[in-house]
Design a protein around this ligand. Sequence first.
Ligand code: NIG
Ligand code: FE
Length: 441
Amino acid sequence: MYDLLIKNCGQVVTMSGSMPRCGKEMRELAVIEDGFVACEGERIVAVGFMGDFEKKSGYFEGKIGKKTRIIDAGGKVLLPGLIDCHTHLIFAGNRAGEWREKLAGKSYLEILAGGGGILSTVMATRAALKKDLLRSGLSHLREMLAYGVTTVEIKSGYGLDLESEMKILDVAGELGRVQPVCVVRTFLGAHVVGPEFRGEEGGSASDAARYLKYLVQKVLPEVRGKADFVDIFCEKGAFDLKQSEKYLRAAREMGFGVKIHAEQINNLGGCKMACKLGAASFDHCDHLTVADIKALGKLSKGAKGGKKANFCNEPVAVLLPLVPLFLREHVFADGRAMIDNGLAVAVSTDFNPGSCPSKNIFLAMSMACLKMGLLPEEALTAVTVNAAAALRLFDRGVIEKGKRADLVLFDVQNYQEIPYWMGDSKVAKVVCGGKVVLTAS
Ligand code: NIG
Ligand code: FE
């Protein structure tokens, strides 16, 4: 018997099909006009047309009973729960003062080189109690849920020593247990060189090498079971290409999935390197050239080999349009060229106190359309099925029988409106694991 039936949906945007969606497949949303979705426990058990629902007598016999919660969507639009696949949401303090300095002319990398930026959040986060990090994490997740986000990736990286990184990963684990949004954990100890390893020059290549050795030998073994992915910031002032490759290889050998922050401010070749290593995603990508994008398109096709049961381990390009917006950088990733060259693209907020203090996934979608060249269909694919693939979660991001019942009902007439209302949330209801967890007032 159904536990939940959502009927009379003007559109059910199922996203059913290949995972991830590459290139022009990103425009195929597999929409059911005038549809329904039924769930039992945590899973979706039926998806179809209202016509079938009404006409086929006996079709639903025994499926709807006293314990079935029936929601009449009244023509609203149903999507898979949104997935924010790149955030740094556990941190203490904020960097509003630094933002002012930036507005007055300082650059992100200048602030970082002066011991501010990421390092100032590290000091605040080290000093914070677990319960305070938990409280702020809960409030961030509550706001994300209101944006229809049902799965979120959380990176560590504001601890930069064993104890503080473990504190952050433990808080992320606890957050996943105590509220409805699913949490995926990523270890980003290699965010910048830890304070204890910074010599006179404040993070030279040899400091970075010593710090990464410490992470591999002392920290990564402790991270097992506490994070699915290992990530690194491959950038001037953080870690160079060679160091990043060596580190990600070591992480991969220890059984972690790998990810990279690359080509955000400078083009060091991190995306290509990570792609060759079989990374789940390469994130930022603002400074990739069209020639790089073409090469990545070819490389990622090579990764399609293991395709089975509609999904494959294709690396996903995760675009973070709110970051260049907030940092006042003028270069945005060329999402259009990426899709036209067959890449699988996801979009995320990158919520963090330094480069994107916004959790607004709708604004990220709108900016991906306006500044990166995505079409509305592509932006929706980028925050559902492709964001799931960036986390190697193949049980969500689509509305299909057997998948997790994470759903969002939008108070719009057509899915195109979702990225159109530029940062406005049209969320009417959110379902996590088959349970209605939010109804907008
Ligand atoms: O993804 N680029 C590196 N890390 C974060 C920013 C972190 C910070 O500035 O605190 C990012 O943009
Ligand atoms: Fe990031």
